[in-house]
Design a protein around this ligand. Structure first.
Ligand SMILES: CC(=O)SCCNC(=O)CCNC(=O)[C@H](O)C(C)(C)COP(=O)(O)OP(=O)(O)OC[C@H]1O[C@@H](n2cnc3c(N)ncnc32)[C@H](O)[C@@H]1OP(=O)(O)O
Ligand SMILES: O=C(O)CCC(=O)C(=O)O
Ligand SMILES: [Zn+2]
Length: 466
């Protein structure tokens, strides 16, 4: 496992590369090990985890994120990037929201995107519907709250009014020859009989999809599974789902919905939306890659994910979180010696996703007190130094001792290894002479004025590309 120099990523400080060609091969064959069936559940006849669509709502739900403000140029960039990524639908803010919202909607419809259909999201109201169908969208997503909270405090309408107006709006939109979806906002706090009854009514008059929305993020995966499975037995149309992340279940709920027969999942890039947002696009992709990698890889341009996320992060002035699915800066960084050894032997040991599938890079962090000789050996090989295993273990003991004082940068580690190697070659050092090595290292630093104590670490990590 000795990478060529061109595999060393140069724009990340303190990183050591590991051989990706081996990683890809092993990941492709045994990533799930013996438990593949446990993840995919292909036998579940209701499950759509191998056949589902994304309704990407960064330009609708995402515009409801606290710091979001998109001008047309930014919306177009995001729409084009999502289209390149391959999302099935892009949902836009209601054209009834403001004159600019309407103009943006019309402009995005005229882009002629390659793959993504354009939807807009409106209230269950004829005025909104009339404006929406004039924008050139491929479909309209209609929503109205059905829980008692929203019936009483949001719009003040009862189920009879909701049903009557929904029918009117749906028939109007259908008459324009475009897609129509009807959704019940706050579905999980709505009366089940009310819900099933209105879904059945709108299904009978020919909606393309009904929508289930966990508007306040209260649902758990079991509740989602039960509601969607029940609904699957009541309607023949597609089932769209929308999950807020207030209690951390947004991805798991989307997955449970697909297992129960839902067909569409609403996402936004980085999960941005009202409050702390909805199912993140990248997180859903990560989850679904485990369920059916081929479906996901064939359908979506996964190498685009980081670009789309960076675009949106910049537009709404946030950082991509350190622990973001797939693209977080440490999503594929392995640190502890036990992990590092196994990862270097076969990345599937500690990775369920292959970074190469997303154009990402694997790193092994080596300059810390939790390191082990196997990780150090990989760096020795990358530096083309000839040391025996016994010598590498000896040098590793020194690195660990120094890392007990402070984390060692990649430069520090390389210096230690080079000084150790030269001393061995010149016969100035033997294994098990830590005091001699200390002196040689001090002499080296003194001659170059590069004592680690005088050279503060720029970053507190020492990773190697793996
Ligand atoms: C859970 C969700 O995220 S749903 C999507 C949320 N999206 C938006 O709100 C889009 C941006 N919103 C807006 O620009 C504005 O709220 C507008 C243009 C839609 C409406 O603005 P206004 O007429 O000034 O009303 P306001 O926002 O104060 O209140 C909402 C109105 O919609 C009504 N309403 C709320 N939800 C619905 C619904 N789903 N269907 C029909 N009417 C609804 C309310 O009764 C209220 O009307 P009223 O005060 O005239 O009785
Ligand atoms: O239209 C929908 O299904 C969802 C609307 C929404 O954003 C929500 O209920 O949180
Ligand atoms: Zn929402």
């Amino acid at each position: 496992m000795c990478p060529t120099p061109d595999q060393i990523e140069t724009n990340k400080e303190d990183m050591v590369p590991v051989d990706l060609s081996t990683a890809v091969k092993s990941n492709g064959t045994d990533r799930h090990g013996d438990k593949k069936g446990f993840y995919a559940r292909p036998s579940d006849f209701l499950s759509n985890t191998s056949n589902w669509k994304i309704i990407e709502s960064t330009l609708r739900e995402g515009e409801q994120f606290a710091t979001a403000w998109f001008d047309l140029e930014t919306k177009i960039k995001i729409a084009r990037a999502l289209d390149d990524f391959g999302v099935d639908y892009i949902e836009l803010t209601s054209p009834a929201a403001s004159p600019e919202s309407r103009a943006h909607c019309e402009a995005i419809c005229k882009l002629g995107l390659k793959r993504s259909k354009i939807l807009t999201h409106i209230r269950c109201h004829m005025d909104d519907a009339r404006i929406a169908v004039e924008t050139g969208v491929d479909g309209v997503d209609v929503v109205i709250g059905t829980s008692s909270f929203l019936r009483e405090h949001s719009h003040g309408k009862d189920m009879t009014w909701i049903t009557k107006t929904a029918i009117e709006v749906i028939e109007f939109v259908k008459s324009k020859g475009i897609e129509i979806r009807f959704s019940s906002e706050d579905s999980f706090r709505s009366d089940l009989v009310d819900l099933l009854s209105i879904y059945q009514t709108v299904d009978k008059i020919g909606v393309n999809r009904v929508g289930v929305a966990d508007t306040v993020g209260c649902a758990d995966p079991r509740q989602v599974y039960e509601l969607v499975r029940t609904l699957r037995g009541v309607v023949g149309c597609d089932i769209e789902t929308h999950f807020h992340n207030d209690t951390g279940c947004a991805i798991a709920n989307a997955y449970a919905a697909l297992e129960a027969g839902a067909t569409h999942v609403d996402t936004s890039v980085l999960g941005i939306g009202e409050r702390n947002g909805i199912t993140p696009l990248g997180g859903l992709i990560a989850r679904m890659m485990v369920a059916d990698p081929e479906y996901v890889k064939n359908k979506y341009n996964l190498h685009m994910l980081r670009e789309v996320e960076n675009l949106v992060a910049e537009a709404v002035e946030i950082q991509v979180p350190f622990n973001n699915y797939i693209t977080g800066f440490c999503a594929f960084t392995h640190k502890a010696g036990i992990h590092a050894k196994a990862i270097l032997a076969n990345p599937s040991t500690y990775e369920i996703l292959n970074p190469a599938d997303f154009g990402m890079t694997r790193y092994v962090s080596i300059g810390h007190r939790l390191t082990g000789w196997n990780a150090i050996k990989s760096r020795v090989e990358q530096l083309n130094l000839e040391l025996t295993d016994e010598q590498i273990k000896d040098a590793t003991a020194k690195i660990k001792a120094l890392a007990d004082v402070r984390t060692q940068t990649m430069e520090d580690v390389d210096t230690i290894l080079r000084v150790y190697h030269t001393a061995i070659q010149q016969g100035k050092l033997k294994v098990g002479q830590p005091e001699v090595f200390d002196r040689l290292l001090d002499e080296h630093h003194a001659s170059r004025d590069t004592s680690p104590s005088r050279t503060p670490a720029k970053r507190q990590r020492t990773d190697a590309e793996a």
